[in-house]
Design a protein around this ligand. Structure first.
Ligand code: SF4
Length: 336
């Protein structure tokens, strides 16, 4: 059977695109690319220390074979300086799409597939789904007219698979804009019962998460994130201490457990006698910020009304010492 490769985020548009291509009589390999900021994946990692990368369950209802592809390291490289800029928050959607499609192009050649397709819809998103941007993405990914957008295909120039008779133009849709009416109609017709709400996936589109991520990017060498950063950005209170160091303070037992997994990234602090948060004081750390991190650890624990609390500090090298502090929020601290 002739094979086509489809980008599968798990959102409704990607599921519909898969179903449309299957209805054209092609076999579909659904590629789920992971860039590191997928909310569902990260929440899964909060709960499970040994979580592996997963594709959303919704993709499986299409019956397509699903492959999960880890693009995190390459994506982190472009995130700090995306050539085509950011969307409304810290989401470099145009460069993200180009990155995914470049990889899809390599796989198309390897697997002898005839084209690659996406669930993109003209005019649905302000930046990455403008008609000129769709054309730019086709070109810069190297896929050119081997990239098919089944949901908007009739509004776009004919592609190579159409010219070769692999697909017919009338099998494509002509959806454009932000209305979801036609997609919902198609979901019923194509028996897609389960799909997440639109735009619920990528945390870089969330203003609060993006502002934490922006601060962190400024702290990383070359602005490049480490593999554990997306998860740590999701948990705890994030505080910039008086001398500029960064502390992450757990807000509950689940978050404390996540923070404890990353002790080698700095120093871990816990109040000794009064239960409370685990704090990660990240490296590099200004020596005068240790006291502030200990005060905050005490302030957010059960000993907050005591005159003094003893906080245990454990460095990444395994050294342990004790600091006796007043439980206060020291000035000036900046909460992210
Ligand atoms: S929202 Fe943009 S940056 Fe995030 S995964 Fe989707 S395309 Fe990539």
């Amino acid at each position: 059977m002739t094979l086509a490769l489809g980008l599968a985020s798990g959102g409704l548009d990607s599921l519909l695109a898969i179903r449309l291509v299957q209805r054209m009589g092609l076999d579909v390999l659904a590629l789920h690319f992971v860039v590191g900021f997928e909310a569902k994946q990260l929440h899964h990692e909060v709960e499970n220390q040994n979580a592996t990368l997963q594709a959303p369950d919704a993709i499986h209802q299409t019956g397509a074979t699903v492959e999960v592809i880890d693009l995190r390291h390459s994506f982190f490289q472009i995130l700090s300086h995306p050539p085509h800029g950011y969307g409304a928050n810290l989401n470099p959607c145009v460069d993200c799409k180009i990155l995914m499609l470049k990889r899809a192009r390599e796989l198309m050649d390897e697997r002898k597939a005839v084209f690659v397709f996406t669930g993109e819809v003209i005019g649905q998103r302000p930046m990455s789904q403008r008609k000129d941007m769709l054309e730019l993405i086709s070109k810069e990914s190297g896929l050119m007219d081997r990239l098919v957008r089944p949901l908007s295909g009739r509004l776009l120039a004919p592609t190579a698979p159409e010219r070769e008779g692999i697909i017919r133009r009338e099998q494509l849709e002509s959806i454009h804009g932000r209305s979801r009416a036609r997609q919902l109609e198609l979901a019923t017709a194509l028996r897609i019962d389960e799909f997440p709400t639109p735009a619920g996936g990528c945390l870089l589109t969330d203003p609060n998460y993006a502002s934490r991520a922006r601060d962190l990017m400024g702290r990383r060498e070359g602005g490049v994130f480490r593999i554990e950063d997306p998860l740590l950005l999701l948990v705890g209170r994030h505080v910039v201490l008086p001398h500029g160091s960064k502390a992450i303070i757990g807000r509950n037992q689940v978050e404390n457990a996540v923070i404890e997994r990353f002790g080698e990234l700095g120093q871990l602090l816990r109040a000794e006698e009064a239960p409370g948060p685990t704090t990660l004081l990240e490296n590099p750390c200004h020596p005068q910020d240790v006291q502030a991190a200990a005060q905050l650890t005490a302030r957010y624990g059960k000993g907050r009304s005591l005159p003094e609390v003893t906080v245990l500090r454990e460095s990444s090298g395994g050294q342990v010492d004790h600091l006796t502090v007043t439980p206060i929020v020291p000035e000036p601290c900046r909460f992210l």
